[in-house]
Design a protein around this ligand. Structure first.
Ligand code: SAH
Length: 283
């Protein structure tokens, strides 16, 4: 087997002592980039996170070592600093290191922090973007994060800060006023608090919301709900992380764009999402 499965010779070579920080996308291996595939086939060691789909690791070369960064040494969760320093250590051993992260490494993925630590230790890096769950995961649920009939902006928010709490530094009122559509990562644990903040900031209780769990994987589930009913519905349907939450009218576009159901042979609802008495237009 060649180390480079791609058809021409222009693909970058992962050199010894380098670390490539690479996004693996939200789950479906088909959402990998060709640069990610090129990297998977060259790495001596792949350090991967819990959210990297196991099917993707099957694309690794036959002699590649796979190292899980989620739990090590019996500790419940590897500390971020430990992971960064492990990458430094592997690179200094002369390994070709692939750091594989779910979604995009620079979107709520601490890829920036790891890259900084590596560079501070003199390790050369390359960044390979990936499809972020907040865009690709919602697309698999038939939800476009922007649509001309709905929004001119979209805000990506994390439901956790470094301490694991709802980000106290976030100005929910400003976020709520400033963006018609919110895409919330890591929000499940604090959803009661987050929906409370948004309602207090003036968002409508009946505002459409969607919760998409294990997006783009065979276990994907999509819940359509509202701001007022989301917390109860999450419990009712026993939804568990990882989940992307979308707040805003984009969720209604799913009535026409739920392509995953079409793939299963179901007819789309194809109702007019915005209730204008005519079919949704795309022109
Ligand atoms: N770098 C990642 C995000 C990491 S933060 C990216 O760009 O997608 C982890 C959060 O991402 C999870 O708590 C969840 O909110 C979201 N997430 C990642 N993969 C997901 C998936 N397959 N389905 C739903 N949410 C996902």
């Amino acid at each position: 087997m060649t180390t480079n499965p791609l058809p021409n010779s222009d693909w970058p070579t992962l050199e010894q002592g380098w670390v490539w920080l690479c996004g693996a996308g939200p789950g479906d291996p088909g959402l990998l980039t060709l640069h990610a595939l090129n990297a998977l086939r060259q790495a001596d060691v792949i350090v991967y996170d819990a959210l990297v789909d196991k099917r993707i690791l099957e694309w690794a070369g036959p002699t590649t070592t796979l190292e899980y960064a989620g739990k090590r040494g019996g500790k419940p969760s590897a500390k971020q600093r430990d992971i960064s320093l492990r990458l430094v250590e592997l690179a200094k051993q002369g390994k070709r290191v692939l750091r594989l992260k779910g979604g995009d490494p620079f979107v709520f993925g601490r890829g920036g922090e790891e890259g900084q630590t590596l560079v501070q230790h003199g390790i050369p890096i390359r960044i390979i973007p990936g499809i972020s769950a907040g865009i690709g995961g919602l697309a698999y649920a038939g939800i476009p994060v922007t649509h001309r009939d709905v929004n001119q902006s979209v805000t990506f928010v994390t439901g956790h800060d470094q301490s694991g709490e709802t980000p106290s530094s976030l100005n929910w009122k400003a976020i709520s006023d400033g963006s018609q559509v919110l895409v919330i990562y890591m929000g499940m644990k604090h959803m009661e608090r987050i929906t409370g903040e948004l309602l207090a900031a003036g968002r409508a209780p009946d505002e459409p919301c969607a919760v998409v769990t294990s997006a783009t994987t065979p276990d994907q589930k999509v819940l359509e709900t509202t701001l007022a009913t989301m917390v109860a519905d999450i419990k009712k349907f026993s939804l568990t992380p990882p989940a992307i939450v979308c707040v805003g009218k984009s969720v209604l576009m799913r009535q026409t764009l739920d392509w995953a159901s079409m793939a299963k042979g179901e007819a789309p609802r194809n109702t007019d999402p915005l209730g204008r008495g005519r079919p949704a237009e795309t022109g």
